[in-house]
Design a protein around this ligand. Structure first.
Ligand SMILES: [Fe+2]
Length: 311
């Protein structure tokens, strides 16, 4: 299905937020590498500003105004003022960054200061667009507006080259590669453990060598009892002999990339249990192991109609 204008624009936001986070991490306590500064300047000048902001200013904002959202006062005026401010900060970042990229390392701290302000402004601005302006736009715009904005977004990208989107996706990846941490990295291990134990699904994980490494809900009531003795055991020794060939087949298919999940459902003491297996891959696609999830879906199967937060 074709993406909507808000999906396209929010994908731009998401990509740029990751680039900002990666650069914040890189430049937090290390002298910026001139080559990386040059990449960042290209990304923000050519994509975040000249491509993304132009899509909004030329194709989204005028239609919002035509649909009755005033450009003086109100959210649209705030967005325009923030685009203006972001252009000023970008100009300062380009001026300083150009000199740092050319070897004037004495200006690095000042450049990073400007970049941090610019990045913080963009992230706050994107959040407002995603959560306030776009939902408002989705309510007031007619289907022909939606189609025209999607076409306009395509035109802006095409004017910058045939493969604009993939080109800047690749640049974003070059900048974030090896630096951008998963969001869970910011959580303390006890918090992460508590989150896993709060899931309404029990987890078990066997590593790439098929040895059991983890199970969740240790101190909670569990559907299938497990104790620490199982940790380190080869998964083949945890199953009855007559089902071992199934385990072998599932793991072989996961390791070879032949399947992305294996699902089973059984009845147990009046409950319907859903037992699923998934291959777990690292950021480079490498096989890390197999995740088992066990869920009591009895109550879920009986749901009908809706219960909504806003009812
Ligand atoms: Fe935007």
């Amino acid at each position: 299905m074709q993406e909507t204008w808000s999906e396209l624009l929010m994908a731009d936001h998401e990509q740029t937020e990751k680039v900002i986070d990666a650069l914040e991490t890189l430049w937090r306590d290390k002298l910026p590498d001139p080559a990386m500064v040059a990449k960042a300047l290209r990304y923000f000048s050519e994509f975040a500003d000249a491509c993304h902001n132009r899509k909004e200013e030329e194709h989204l904002f005028p239609r919002l105004e035509a649909a009755g959202i005033p450009s003086h006062g109100g959210p649209l005026a705030v967005m325009l003022a923030e685009h203006e401010r972001s252009s000023e900060l970008l100009a300062a970042f380009r001026e300083l960054g150009g000199r740092v990229a050319a070897g004037e390392s004495a200006l690095a701290a000042q450049m990073v200061g400007v970049f941090l302000e610019y990045g913080a402004l963009l992230k706050n601005h994107y959040w407002k667009e995603n959560d306030i302006l776009y939902p408002m736009g989705r309510r007031v715009l007619a289907p022909q507006d939606d189609a025209a904005i999607v076409a306009g977004i395509g035109q802006v990208e095409a004017a910058l080259g045939a493969d604009t989107r993939s080109r800047y996706q690749a640049l974003a990846q070059e900048i974030t590669q090896g630096t951008l941490e998963d969001l869970s990295a910011a959580l303390d291990a006890p918090v992460l453990a508590a989150i896993l134990n709060t899931l309404p699904i029990e987890l078990s994980f066997v590593d790439a060598d098929d040895n059991v490494r983890y199970f969740s809900h240790e101190n909670h009531a569990k559907i299938f009892p497990r104790t620490r003795g199982v940790i380190g055991m080869n998964v083949r020794n945890c199953h009855p002999p007559k089902s071992v060939h199934m385990v072998e087949q599932i793991l072989a298919d996961f390791k070879a990339g032949r399947s992305q999940h294996a699902d089973f459902w059984i009845d147990m003491a009046g409950r319907k249990l859903h037992i699923r297996y998934f291959p777990v891959h690292g950021t480079q696609g490498e096989y890390l192991g197999c995740l088992e999830t066990v869920q009591d879906i009895t109550a879920i199967q009986q749901l009908s109609g809706q219960k909504r937060l806003l009812d």
